[in-house]
Design a protein around this ligand. Structure first.
Ligand code: MN
Length: 161
């Protein structure tokens, strides 16, 4: 039950957020959502094995290579979340407005993985080791980024650079 934590936090009779979705057979997708919750933040999500691995990035991604941004890992989100825009009602988990800030496809930085399955296996391995390096092809974000686990703010803290 990959999405158990996601489902447990939400009442689907009260929030318009998606509950599932089926991934494409070819491309790996990413999305960055701008979320005006109690604290404005950006949600950075990478598709892996049919769900979206997710990080809340208070200041949002930077296009400046010298800038590292704190990224707090949160629960896996359903694949269909990548298209979600709307208002999560006040009083519900994450209450506030969500818009898609950027989206596109991504790939592991290493070129040797050709099919989606081997790319995902490699990315999950990197995730478990605490360092993921990938190329984004979005509208705003293009080029190589990395997420690196950090002890800066507890066990879920990573840096996006
Ligand atoms: Mn959020």
């Amino acid at each position: 039950m990959k999405l158990a934590a996601y489902k447990k936090k939400r009442s689907f009779s009260k929030t318009p957020e998606p509950t599932g979705g089926k991934a494409d057979s070819d491309a790996l997708r990413f999305v960055v959502q701008k979320h005006a919750a109690s604290h404005l933040h950006y949600d950075f999500r990478l598709e892996m094995e049919g769900v979206l691995k997710s990080w809340a990035v208070p200041k949002g991604p930077s296009t400046d290579p010298s800038v590292k941004r704190l990224a707090m890992m949160v629960e896996d989100h359903p694949y269909d979340y990548r298209n979600f825009e709307g208002v999560i009602p006040k009083g519900q988990y994450g209450g506030g407005t969500v818009i898609v800030w950027d989206e596109g496809v991504y790939e592991p930085a290493e070129a040797e993985f050709t099919d989606k399955r081997s790319k995902e296996k490699h990315l999950l391995h990197q995730l478990h080791k605490g360092k993921i390096v990938f190329n984004l092809q979005g509208k705003k974000l293009k080029g190589q980024y990395a997420l690196v686990k950090s002890s800066y703010q507890g066990e879920n803290s990573w840096l996006l650079m």
